[in-house]
Write a protein that binds this ligand. Structure first.
Ligand SMILES: NC(=O)c1ccc[n+]([C@@H]2O[C@H](COP(=O)([O-])OP(=O)(O)OC[C@H]3O[C@@H](n4cnc5c(N)ncnc54)[C@H](OP(=O)(O)O)[C@@H]3O)[C@@H](O)[C@H]2O)c1
Length: 388
């Protein structure tokens, strides 16, 4: 493999750190062009020095002087602001890893696509908010989307493009999260600490809460629809608590192909970083005999309404997925800050989705406008529920 230069958006997060772990173990294969974060200046500066980055960017402009100071004498360029993050994505590099959390990742991810880059996509919210625009931009600019989400990466590995007419369905597996066996009554009182304690995966706070509400699987359903160009009816969800089978593709001859592995994001990330080849990843090897059994359950849309909301948003189309995503981001943040109950997260998303579904956005500016309006509506709904 020739050396690949990487621009890593969201370097200080869970996916960012897993990516850098792979880079560090394969110094002959990768170099770092640019690293970005929101406000984690100390970690970002330390990463930039360790990996010899050319550029380090913080999205929050208030952090610029701290970053400059932390990089003093290193020769590493410092920059700040959302536009500077998008500029980082535009710089020439072989791979852009999109690992910012939330719709904040949309402009830089799209900027990378628009320069025809190979984009390792972890930031599912970017595709959820702007799926049709993103898919069109990928085709227009000859970009490549490499799905890093473990489920989509699994499908990508077993999806026979040349046989796509024979693909009947894809099956996204879901761990069910920490409250898989909880009643609605029991879920009413869960705390942020309980919600972020995922049974199988070690992830950032927002996606951990999304896993607990199963909004994560709803967002992944939308993500899969855009990534694999399949209608919602051909995308199934299967609860599989062990998170060993990462997803499956069903073919017309009855064959079902799956990708398996221990739940460690360094496997799908390694696949993306080395695609179309494979590289070694320092993950535990799967021991099926040791596990003994794998189990499966049907998803429960009554206890986990986000599964239904995501399907409804896809059927509604237009800006509905962007509205759902923005309302969810606001509600999850309020829950993590202790301003909202766990069950209120889905209720806020459902209420905002019912209030406003503007027509399909025609540009990224329109997506951001929809996102902003949905956030205003969500803030008001959260305020009302919190004071009820
Ligand atoms: N973690 C996983 O295992 C996993 C698996 C599949 C998919 N994903 C997806 O990958 C993405 C990242 O998840 P994560 O778990 O790595 O999240 P995380 O640990 O919370 O990290 C988020 C990263 O984004 C940066 N960031 C946050 N807000 C930003 C903003 N407004 N502008 C620019 N940068 C911002 C953060 O910087 P600071 O450190 O400065 O806040 C951090 O570098 C999400 O879309 C998630 O759904 C994650």
């Amino acid at each position: 493999m020739t050396v690949r230069r990487i621009t890593l958006l969201g370097a200080t997060g869970s996916i960012g750190r897993s990516t850098l772990d792979l880079v560090e173990r394969n110094p002959e294969a990768f170099e770092i062009e640019a690293l970005t974060a929101n406000r984690s200046v100390t970690v970002l500066a330390e990463q930039a020095r360790r990996f010899g980055a050319r550029l380090a960017v913080v999205a929050d402009p208030d952090c610029y002087s701290d970053l400059k100071e932390a990089l003093q004498g290193s020769g590493i360029e410092a920059a700040a602001g959302a536009d500077a993050v998008a500029e980082a994505a535009r710089r020439p590099s072989d791979l852009v890893v999109a690992a910012i959390v939330g719709s904040a990742g949309l402009p830089p991810t799209l900027a990378a696509v628009e320069r025809g880059a190979a984009v390792v996509l972890a930031n599912k919210e970017a595709l959820v908010c702007a799926g049709p625009l993103m898919v069109a931009a990928v085709a227009r600019h000859g970009a490549t989307l490499l799905p890093a989400d473990s489920e989509h990466n699994a499908i990508f590995q077993v999806f026979e493009q040349e046989e796509r007419a024979a693909i009947e369905r894809i099956i996204l597996t879901a761990s069910g999260g920490p409250f898989r066996t909880f009643s609605r009554e029991a879920m009413a009182d869960v705390t942020p600490a309980q919600a972020v304690a995922h049974p199988n995966w070690d992830m950032g706070a927002k996606i951990s809460v999304d896993s607990a509400t199963m909004m994560n699987k709803g967002l992944e359903l939308i993500e899969a629809h855009y990534l694999f160009a399949l209608p919602e009816q051909q995308i199934e969800i299967l609860v599989h608590p062990q998170s060993v089978i990462h997803s499956l593709v069903g073919y017309a001859d009855g064959s079902v192909l799956a990708q398996l592995g221990v739940p460690d994001m360094r496997t799908p990330l390694a696949y993306c970083l080395s695609w179309p080849r494979r590289m070694s990843a320092p993950v535990d090897r799967l021991d099926l005999a040791g596990l003994g059994q794998l189990t499966f359950e049907s998803p429960d849309e009554e206890r986990f309404p986000p599964l239904r909301l995501a399907r409804e948003a896809l059927r509604t189309g237009g800006a509905a997925p962007a509205v759902l995503n923005a309302a969810n981001e606001m509600a999850v943040a309020a829950f993590l800050e202790g301003r909202l109950g766990f069950l209120d997260i889905a209720a806020v998303a459902e209420s905002v989705l019912a209030q406003q579904v503007p027509r399909a956005p025609a540009s990224v500016a329109e997506v951001l406008e929809v996102d902003a309006q949905a956030r205003v509506a969500a803030a008001e709904t959260i305020r009302q529920r919190a004071s009820a």
